[in-house]
Structure formats: C-alpha cells, structure tokens
Design a protein around this ligand. Structure first.
Ligand SMILES: Nc1ncnc2c1ncn2[C@@H]1O[C@H](COP(=O)(O)OP(=O)(O)O)[C@@H](O)[C@H]1O
Ligand SMILES: [Mg+2]
Length: 399
C-alpha cells in the first residue's frame, strides 16, 4: 500500500490538529508534490469541526488534572479517535464532491500531558509527551492509512518532542529572498524563524510562553464564556504591572526549555493571577488585560533575539486563533516597531489551519520515510534525524 503512495509524485493529504486550547478540530487538505527532494505545498481547503461538549470537558479535565484515572484515559483515547474519524470522513466526502480524493490522513491527536523537564524514574532520566485520539479508528472510518504519534521518535532521540513542526513550517513557508518570522498564538505561543533560502541559515523554533490559554481559562471562570472575542474585554482594562511581574517569574521564562504547556500556564497560572487580582482588587477587565500582556511580553522576549540576529526580517506573520485578538495585535505592533506585523493569511494559508497543514506535510514525510531535522539550534552535532510518526493501516476486505 505504501509503495503505491511512495511512487506517486503528488499526494493529497488531510492533516488534523487539535491544539492545546481544545477549542475545535482543525482539518486541512493539502496537495503535496515532491520532485527530486523539492517540495511544493498547496493548501486546498480547511474545515473546523466542534468537539461534542462532554468530550471537550473530559479532555480539558484530563489535560489539567495532576493524576488521571487510567480507565478514563484509555476510554477517552478511543472516543476521541472515533470523533476524529467522523470529522475526517466528513471532509473526505466534502472533498469528493469537488472531485478531490484524499490519499492519506495525518493526525496529531490531543496532547494530554507534555513533560519536557528531565525526571528520574527507575534510575533513568526521562521526559515525555502524550497525545491521544486512537489513529486506528481514523483509519477504520476513512479506509486510509493514518500517520500519527509525531513526537515520539524525537523524544526517543533525547529531545523534547516539541516544537515538532519546525521542518514542515520551513518547507511550507521558506522564501528564496526573504527571511520570515511566524508567530503562532494558540493555547501556547511559539515562533518559527525561517531564514531566506539563499542564506543557507537554519530555521529556529521555540515556545515563547502562554498564548490564549490563560485568557481563555479566566474568561471561563470569570464570565462563563469560551474566550475574549476580539480581545474586547482585555482592551477595556489596564495591565497591573505588579501582577504581571509576579507572573513573569514562571520557571519557563528563566529556563532553557524549548517548549511548555498547560502544566506551566494552565490551572496553576490561573490560580496565581486570580489570587493576585483579588489581593489588588482588580476588575475583570484589568485581570484580562494583565493576562493578555503576559502573552505579549512572552512573545516580545521570544522574538527579540531573532530580530537582532537577522535584520533582514521585514514582517512578522501572526497565525493561530490569537491573531484575531486585537489586544495582542495592537500591543505587539506597539512593542515591535522595527517590523511590520501582518496575518499569515497573506501567504495563502488560512491562519486557522497552519498547524493542520504542517501535520499534513509531516504525514507525507512519514509515508515516504523522510527524516525531519528537529533541532535547529545551530549547535547540534547530531548525525541522526528522526523519521517522525507511526503509520496505522486501514482494515482490508480480504486477508
Ligand atoms: N475571534 C477571536 N477573538 C479572539 N480570540 C480568538 C478568536 N478566535 C479564536 N480565538 C482564540 O484562539 C484560541 C484557539 O486558537 P488555536 O490556534 O486553535 O489554538 P490551539 O492550537 O491551542 O488549539 C481560542 O481558544 C481563543 O482564545
Ligand atoms: Mg485550536
């Protein structure tokens, strides 16, 4: 089955992403061609599907709680796989109506826990990351091979397993003439530095810190709403400098870790900002403005060294749901006056589906057995690069 796909120059791939925000299932269909190692990537269409509400609540509870009931984890893995399979089938049918046949699915799954710090267990230092969403169920629903579990091979080589999409982002967005800086504001925020192809420099990626996660959980607890649409509430408040400073003491900002997650900026940060807000009698709008400013400051601190390193960067492209938050956009424009801040959509890919596109490309690489460099720090002397992802096969009619 794979040899058939491997022989083809062009594959149509469905990439599926469910990010840290657990807000929706993002599905992107892309046409990916490879001629003598050179990739051409064309985004065809994106679809967003809702989680059933009870499944969403269970996923959030699993991702937030310190200890997890194994039985719940196993069952949720299967329920989510079923749900992703249904979403994939929906897209498969819709694309067929336009004469587009999908060849392969690539599914990131839902991160339940990401532990980039080393800890000792059974005498060995280890780290890990867990994504669930039974890829086998997607293969059963679509009757297509499914590439998944993209982080494990990188972790096996001693890395954090994140940011994992850097090579894919580099291939999708690399321009011959211009260096590009892309900042994704999802649950977490991260940057991708994609140097101009002609310079031959390495791409770089790193998490900056929180994205929408703290604002989202504040909105849920204080206002009973999913998120601050347009950043309207945050825009009506003012940032408390002392509370912001207290939040900036988070371990991630002084560490050399390349990735972070809900473990650092989920429930614990929510408790901290709520307590400090009560202490200083801050209004909801002020608390929201302070949480949003934490995201802005994390991004500014993250990208400044890159802007100093490559002065040819002219534009910073925002992607992810946070690009629709006007407070983030306004404050980033005020804080980074040296570059133009625009939306990634102007590069031809809807910013809601950039990550799903990256996973589509990663799935194509899995099926072709192509390795992904994952460390781009310029210092790595590594000789081994991981082939990311496992492949789940669809059932056959006859054995
Ligand atoms: N119109 C909007 N205004 C402000 N924020 C938005 C808007 N739409 C989405 N968002 C924010 O983006 C988040 C989802 O971003 P997304 O890129 O999907 O993150 P993730 O990859 O973590 O799932 C939402 O939870 C919300 O905070
Ligand atoms: Mg999302």
């Amino acid at each position: 089955m794979f040899t058939n796909l491997q022989k083809r120059q062009t594959l149509t791939v469905l990439g599926i992403n469910t990010g840290t925000s657990i807000d929706s299932i993002d599905l992107a269909v892309a046409r990916i061609s490879r001629v003598r190692g050179r990739v051409s990537f064309r985004f065809l269409e994106g679809f967003s599907r809702k989680f059933p509400n009870d499944l969403r609540q269970t996923l959030i509870a699993l991702a937030e709680s310190e200890s997890v009931a194994l039985d719940t984890l196993i069952r949720t893995d299967n329920v989510l796989g079923h749900c992703l399979g249904k979403a994939a089938m929906f897209v498969q049918k819709r694309m067929l109506l336009n004469g587009v046949k999908i060849d392969l699915v690539a599914s990131h799954g839902q991160t339940i826990r990401h532990t980039p710090q080393f800890k000792t267990l059974a005498g060995k230092k280890h780290r890990g990351s867990l994504q669930i969403g039974a890829p086998g169920s997607i293969a059963v629903a679509t009757l297509l091979p499914v590439a998944a579990d993209f982080r494990q091979a990188d972790i096996a080589l001693g890395n954090e397993g994140a940011p994992i999409t850097v090579h894919a982002m580099n291939q999708i967005f690399r321009s011959p003439a211009h260096s590009r800086l892309i900042v994704n504001i999802g649950g977490m925020s991260n940057y991708f530095y994609i140097p101009a192809a002609k310079g031959g420099a390495s791409a770089l990626a790193r998490d900056c810190g929180p994205g929408n996660i703290l604002s989202d959980s504040l909105m849920q607890t204080l206002e009973g709403k999913r998120f601050d649409r347009g950043g309207k509430i945050a825009l009506s408040g003012s940032c408390s400098k002392s509370v912001l400073q207290a939040l900036m003491t988070s371990k991630f900002f002084s560490s050399r870790a390349r990735s972070t997650g809900r473990e650092e900026f989920g429930r614990i940060a929510l408790q901290k900002i709520t307590l400090l807000g009560e202490r200083d009698s801050l209004s909801t709008a002020d608390i929201m403005a302070t949480a949003a400013e934490l995201t802005v400051q994390a991004i500014v601190a993250g990208v400044k060294p890159i802007l100093r390193k490559d002065r040819s960067i002219q534009k910073l492209y925002l992607t992810g749901g946070g690009r629709k938050n006007n407070l983030f956009v306004t404050r980033l424009r005020e804080s980074l006056t040296e570059i133009e801040i625009v939306l990634v959509d102007e590069l031809g890919i809807d910013g809601d589906y950039v990550e799903a596109c990256a996973f589509a490309l990663m799935g194509e690489m899995t099926i072709r057995g192509i390795a992904s460099p994952t460390l781009f720090d310029g210092k790595s002397k590594r000789r081994q690069f991981p082939v990311l992802g496992s492949i789940f096969q669809p059932p056959l009619k006859k054995v």
